[in-house]
Design a protein around this ligand. Structure first.
Ligand code: DAH
Length: 343
């Protein structure tokens, strides 16, 4: 064997050893330069060829060319293998890290006002009332006239009421349900009516053009003012806690006689006087009274036989108080940062 053919087979051995210990495509690239590059070891064998005896050159030249083909083929295979390994390793790094804290899926929940309404309605159902819903769009008769509002009563003023044309308006309170119920059912009636009401007022942190109310009424034989007091006391203590203190003040509403406003001891300051209760120690929570005989009459219920009480309360102010909300507009802005605070 000529020294050159020795060198050729040695080069194969060296290359194969180096190839086996290559562990990255970067190293593999270097190996290619070293052996197969323009100034690489294969090329230097070619240079050596010039010194070989003339008659052996074709044979040795073929050996070198064959070796070159062989190295390239091994090199290509190794490149594929390494690339595959590298991709797999990259995947492995991305695999699930079981120690990471989980991501909570977003859970929908009911609106804070819906929660408040539901709580109130649940209590009243437990006290024997049943739920009736009335229309948001109603006629003047159901919203005003059937409730004994004189034709020139200031509440009918264009300032407060959204008139829709013709005889229709957006109800200004849920009391319209009283008139519908008296028209549709015979006493005894024991009904609560939650829903929306609308008034043309300036929007501010304390008032809005639409809001929620709940109306309640009881019509039967021998219903007395004492029944109203007892029912309000029980209802408010179930809603605000056993120890809540109530106060009844005379007031005027066209559809009741006598009429009262019901206050509770300020839940924020316990009656000491604070910003929320305007230093009075009391919070007005609802209007109530004995249903006016004229309202019963209009509802075709004989006031000589039947009597009844009614009350109405706003939901927003109570919810703001109980849930610590300072701006009524937050309820209608659909901001999830706000809404998701009420689990
Ligand atoms: N409808 C009245 C309002 O919107 C609230 C009210 C007061 C309802 C006295 C009643 C009641 O049933 O008896 O301000």
């Amino acid at each position: 064997m000529s020294p050159l053919s020795d060198q050729i087979s040695q080069l194969r051995t060296f290359f194969m050893n180096e190839l086996r210990s290559t562990s990255s495509s970067k190293e593999l690239e270097d190996l290619k330069v070293k052996y197969l590059g323009r100034k690489g070891l294969i090329q230097s064998l070619m240079v050596e060829l010039k010194n070989a005896p003339v008659d052996q050159r074709p044979h040795l030249g073929k050996l070198i060319n064959d070796l070159k083909e062989e190295l390239i083929s091994h090199w290509d295979h190794t490149l594929l293998r390494l690339k595959e390994e590298e991709t797999l390793n990259a995947f492995a790094k991305e695999r699930i890290d079981a120690t990471l804290p989980g991501r909570r899926p977003f859970l929908g929940r009911s609106h804070p006002l819906a929660q408040m309404l539901e709580k109130i309605v649940d209590i009243l159902i437990g006290m024997g009332f049943s739920v009736q819903l009335g229309p948001d769009v109603d006629s003047d008769y159901y919203n005003f006239e059937g409730l004994n509002f004189a034709p020139d009563h200031p509440a009918r003023d264009m300032q407060d009421t959204f008139y829709l044309g013709g005889d229709l308006l957006l109800r200004t309170h849920t009391s319209n349900v009283q008139v519908h119920a008296m028209e549709n059912f015979e006493p005894p009636l024991r009904i609560v009516a939650p829903g929306r009401a609308f008034r043309n007022e300036d929007i501010s942190s304390r008032s809005h053009v639409f809001f929620h109310q709940i109306e309640g009424f009881y019509i039967d034989k021998d219903v007395s003012f004492a029944d109203l007091f007892a029912t309000m006391d029980e209802f408010l203590s179930k809603l605000l806690g056993e120890k809540v203190q109530t106060r009844f003040r005379p007031s005027y509403f066209p559809f009741v006689e006598p009429g009262v406003e019901v206050d509770v001891r300020c839940t924020a300051c316990k009656g000491e006087g604070c910003r929320i209760c305007k230093r009075t120690g009391w919070l007005e929570v609802l209007g109530a009274g004995m249903i006016h005989p004229k309202v019963l009459q209009k509802g075709k219920i004989d006031p000589e036989v039947y009597s009844g009480y009614a009350w109405g309360m706003g939901i927003e102010r109570l919810a703001m108080l109980q849930m610590g909300v300072s701006d009524i507009r937050s309820f209608t802005q659909n901001d999830l940062r706000f809404l998701s605070q009420f689990p």
